[in-house]
Ligand binder design. Structure first.
Ligand SMILES: [Zn+2]
Length: 99
């Protein structure tokens, strides 16, 4: 079996030295996975996806997208702040034995 791998590179805003994020993209299903810090994780996602949707076959137009990490945008900071606050609340309530 020949393993076909297309390397499509879509570089978002490039910030040198930033962490690389990897996504699995299936052009066939028109989907992109969440970004993973490890390429292997994105590939594992692709593996699962192929098993579930393509009977383990390699669809055309699949790719691992790699983009340099970037600073979150203004709107994303707010979401991150909320998520961070929720985590903090969760941790505190757990520590105090409320949760
Ligand atoms: Zn697919």
């Amino acid at each position: 079996m020949t393993r076909r791998e297309q390397t499509t590179r879509r570089q978002a805003q490039h910030s040198p030295g930033g962490p690389q994020m990897h996504r699995y993209e299936c052009g066939n299903c028109n989907l992109v996975s969440d970004p993973y810090p490890f390429r292997r994780s994105a590939e594992a996602y692709g593996h699962e996806h192929r098993k579930k949707r393509h009977d383990g076959m390699h669809p055309l137009n699949e790719a691992i997208l790699t983009a340099a990490g970037r600073m979150p945008e203004k709107s994303e900071w707010r979401v991150m702040a909320i998520v961070g606050a929720l985590i903090l609340v969760g941790l505190v309530s757990k520590a105090l034995g409320i949760g």
